[in-house]
Unconditional design. Sequence first.
Lengths: 463, 234
Amino acid sequence: MNTINEKKDGKMSDNKKYPFSSENPLEYKRTDEFMRIFEAVLASSNYGPVLDTYSRITMHCSRCASECMLYSASKDPRDIPCYRSSLLLNIYRRNFTLWGRIKSSIFGGTKVTDMEIDQILESYYHCTMCGRCTRYCPFGIDHRLVVRLGRYILSKMGIVPKNLQVSVREQLQGETRNTSAIPLKALRDNLEFLEEEIEEIKGVKVTFPIDVQDAEYVFFAPVSDYLVEAETLMGIACVMHEAGASWTLASGNYDAINYGLFYDDGHLEEIAMNMVEEVRKLNGKKILIGECGHAYMSAWKFIPAFSEKNEFPVVHILELTQKFIEEKRIHLDDSVIKERVTYHDPCNIARNGRIVEQPRAIIRSFIKDFVEMTPHGNDNYCCGGGGGTVVVNELKPYRMTIAGKKKVEQMIKTNADIVITPCANCKKQFGELILHHKLPMQHAGLHDLIFKAIEMKRGGSNE
Amino acid sequence: MNEILLFVRGPMFVFCFTFMVLGILRLLIIMALNISASIRSSAGREFGQGETYRELFSWSFSFTRLFNTARIFSIISIIFHVGLIAVPLFLMEHINLWENGTGMRWHHLPGDIADILTLATIITGILLLLYRIGTESGRFISSYPSYFLMIHIIFIFGSGYIASTAYNPISYTGMMIWHVLAGNLLLLLIPYTRLSHAFIYPIVRVVTLTGWSFPYNGGRRVNKKIFGNEQIEI
């Protein structure tokens, strides 16, 4: 982060030099920077009362340990969620509570040590922020929030996984304004190709509308779908076409991905507001999110929080497809999918119970051999790649062996041929897990299978 | 000895109890002010109140979530808490003391049940303490207050039980003084240690929701404070 170094003039401190000090010390002290940033974040946010309450009340009963899939796989006590949170809460208690300050001045204690920063940085990018620990904590202490705050402070110090930083930089400050750096021309070519594919496979001309004014739904997909999940997008386009829905993509912003949800409040707000800006330009009515977990969570929860008025309801494509099936606006052939299928609930849409029944209603309407994982729904296990960790290549060995272990055991138990997951990050994680563990199954989005089964009765679309 | 017992049961207990009540009230008021400040800073937008109440009531009154995993731990913990709350509140001797001091009286537990609950609390307390001491994960996450508070509670229950039985090694008055002194110390500690969870635990989920309501333009203000500019190079 060049802004930090530019601010310091690189001079040694004026205090007398310790006679045996090391050569070439750091230009700035990490520990001072950490405290400065921590204070600044607390002053401009609502984290203060939360940390105060948590540092007061946490009992370390380790009920969370029995529910955390990381601890179940690694049996390393450093993976216990309440221990992970206490890394930051201890620093808070020592420096920002009255009794903490008194105690550390009597019994000795530093503001924060380099070792503590190293521990936070290691531990907080292991957590996948799935939220299982919060659901089972007797107090409801949200360890996700503490992990996110720790990552926020580290990111302001310049410590953030490179892939996350590069993606957000391109999305907010780059020319293409999306995390995969897909320029608009490439997107248009891609969409043309998808339209040709749909016509070849289904025999019907379906278009992906772009920049249509006054559409009911402005569609945002995780932009990686345009590169790697063609069938999901084709499925969504067929559903919207068959149902006669009014929808459009936006050429100014076609990326639903919001990595700010994982580590930075400022990025979260800016990315969400850019989406709103685009919808306003097109005079759209609702925001439609494609098959993605965190994109839906960041839009649904934070667009109303950050925009002045609650203008645009956020709808997930699964909710919409289920509504169309109920209203008999689309028809799915139930003889197409013969394989055994199971369903993985992405944490960001299932943990708070919002989108649990809708995908199951869709699946049951056209798939005969459907088996549930145990547990499922609100209580599901994380795929192992949540919280942005799926994007971080350095964490791949960890994700394959520890973070994804519980999920692999669940998948093997179901004996399924296809595991459905409506989330771009989960799909990437499942692809890697299936290859690594040589599982005899494939992964797919729900709309991939809908694309195979949907009956196109409506006829071609006009230009 | 009798004068000491009268003192610790009388003025000292009143002081400690009042200290506890005022301490808890202070905590609750500070939390309420913080919650309302957070709600105001997010301009009262979509706050998710429906979600709060659903989560709050479903957790507080549903026991099914306790039995997903760690079943034995959950059962032991529940028995411990039932005894911990029922015995101090509904023991006949305690109610007699309240009646002497304030004139209020309420139903008491039958003597046998009170004895069984006391013993159950002591045994489950010892088991929970052994879990903390005996397992690697328990030792790793525990600190001095975790051990001390549990030993203290077991001591209070143990001394109260022994004083009322024939196995009392020292005199009734002596054992009672230890019991009441330890109880008074616990009352002083409640507002300022993790024991305050007894009073504020339902509100913690609401506090969590306020944590998730980020204030408008928060990110820019943080950048301005740290780097001097609202917008920075990523």
